[in-house]
Ligand binder design. Structure first.
Ligand code: HEM
Length: 467
């Protein structure tokens, strides 16, 4: 959804004020508002639209509706912040089963370093000072702001030296025989995430030098002299948001089929704690980038007409989880009853039998085959969220792992090409959810430890401003 303007108007039919969103194409609609932090789907719908629109007008629309609650402040005691930029789990909300819920609102800023060649020490100092503004301004929690910055293989090519051999960071490539993605080779990716839309927007503008203060902290330094914005993508996740936006989006059929409580467009929960790698597991253990991780970010378009119009819940469960899940009735509704474990591990050995007997294999069932190490540990930490950029239903799929090869292996397993020798399984039909998702972008990034987050060299040097 693109929103060129957003304003409040009073409802005549209810005591609640209503939001009026005015689209670029001149159409408008109203969404009833509740208190700023009631977390209601309609409230978050408005904020999601504002994040997608970006810019000063969107921010001021959010700020006009700013809650009485202040945004918790950050710290100038930078050493108290974790060295792992990807240490998000402890500062995210969790559900009643202990599953981590990433914040509601997200902005992905793809940045290019303005000059050619290696960045200077002065540029590094500028970048670190700009990042310090965010550290000072916002508590590093979902109620404040959680964020990270990563660097691409192309960024590291600016230097004469190479990354250490143990850093597994290839250029992005097509990971299935049936995809033709654009490759994200921008120098850096800043990922901003917060429960409050006004926070992600304000943080973005502070970084880009478009405002003088952020949550009461002066923006003394910003990134604008060092980086330019090559691309900006937005998203949202959480119960209610996909349902609220379904009627406006290409890729979602008429009839509002997305369940109200689903955090994702496809109608189910994902990211159960026991099916996720730990942050420890995805952390690079040795070398100059110890404490860092690698991040693959895919962007997938979703076309869910047949998903909702031709499949029933039984077959959706079969395709997303496994035939065993459908047969045994393991998934109720959006899958809340699964607790902290999808239960997929008991379904792996039977995948070929399932293909023969049911004519289907499950998405999680296929992917999990490559997502365990020899000791049974899960390899990938998925932190995906939905997108309505350009009025298209899509998924931003950031995945953290020690090395990009781990991601590539899981994606290959998810392709299920090995299963197509069974007559009922075609490359994109009866093969998990491949019929409904289309990869548009892929990018690989190294997320260095915090001490190296400002324009690191491949050998792990990034002097702080006070050095
Ligand atoms: C619209 C797209 C997608 C949806 C709706 C989706 C949904 C799900 C769901 C519901 C599960 C089972 C619950 C869980 O363990 O989280 C799952 C598992 C998983 N998915 Fe996806 N997924 C999508 C795309 C992808 C992509 C692109 C990948 C890339 C490799 C992927 C990798 C995985 C992995 C690794 C698992 C865990 C399997 C295990 O237990 O090891 N998914 N997904």
């Amino acid at each position: 959804m693109c929103v060129s303007n957003a304003e409040l108007s009073d409802s005549e039919s209810t005591l609640e004020p209503k939001l009026r969103l005015v689209h670029q194409n001149g159409l408008d609609f109203e969404v009833p508002s509740r208190s700023m932090f009631d977390g209601s789907p309609s409230r978050r719908a408005f904020l999601k639209a504002a994040v997608a629109a970006g810019g000063a007008a969107a921010l001021s629309a959010c700020l006009d509706r700013a809650p009485a609650d202040p945004v918790p402040s950050g710290t100038a005691e930078f050493d108290t912040l974790p060295d792992r930029q990807h240490a998000w789990n402890d500062v995210c909300a969790t559900d009643e089963h202990g599953n981590v819920e990433v914040p509601y609102h997200h902005v992905l800023l793809y940045l290019d370093v303005s000059g050619s060649g290696p960045p200077t020490k002065t540029e590094r100092a500028t970048v670190e000072r700009a990042f310090h503004v965010l550290d000072r301004a916002y508590e590093r929690t979902h109620e404040g702001l959680i964020w990270s910055v990563g660097y691409s293989p192309r960024y590291f090519k600016r230097f004469d030296e190479s990354l250490p051999a143990e850093i597994d960071l290839p250029e992005p490539r097509a990971l299935s025989p049936f995809e033709t993605p654009e490759f994200d080779r921008q120098d850096a990716l800043v990922h901003l995430a917060a429960d409050r839309a006004d926070v992600v927007l304000e943080a973005e503008q502070a970084l880009l030098g478009e405002r003088d203060e952020a949550n009461g902290v002066a923006v003394e330094t910003d990134l604008s002299g060092v980086f330019s914005v090559a691309d900006r993508r937005t998203g949202f996740v959480g119960a209610g948001l996909p349902a609220k936006h379904q009627s406006d989006l290409n890729g979602i059929p008429d009839g509002n089929p997305v369940p109200e409580q689903s955090p994702l467009f496809m109608g189910f929960k994902a990211g159960f704690a026991k099916n996720q790698a730990t942050e420890d597991y995805v952390t690079i253990a040795d070398g100059p980038f110890a404490g860092g991780t690698t991040k693959h970010v895919a962007n997938l378009r979703q076309r869910l007409r047949d998903w909702y119009d031709e499949e029933d819940q039984y077959h959706r469960i079969m395709k997303l989880f496994s035939p065993g899940h459908a047969e045994q009735g393991l998934v109720e509704g959006i899958g809340e009853n699964l607790g902290d474990d999808s239960g997929i591990d008991t379904m792996l050995d039977r995948i070929r039998d399932d293909a023969e007997a049911f004519g289907h294999v499950g998405h999680a069932q296929k992917a999990a085959r490559a997502n365990r190490d020899a000791d049974g540990n899960v390899k990938l930490l998925r932190r995906h969220f939905e997108s309505a950029d350009d009025d298209v239903a899509a998924l931003h799929f950031p995945s953290l792992q020690r090395g990009i090869s781990d991601f590539e292996a899981v994606r290959e397993a998810m392709n299920g090409t090995d299963l197509t020798e069974i007559p009922t399984i075609r490359q994109r039909v009866n093969n998990g959810i491949l019929e409904y998702i289309f990869v548009k972008h892929r990018g690989n990034f190294l997320v260095p430890p915090r001490r190296l987050r400002a324009l690191p060299t491949p050998t792990g040097d990034a002097p702080m401003p006070n050095e």
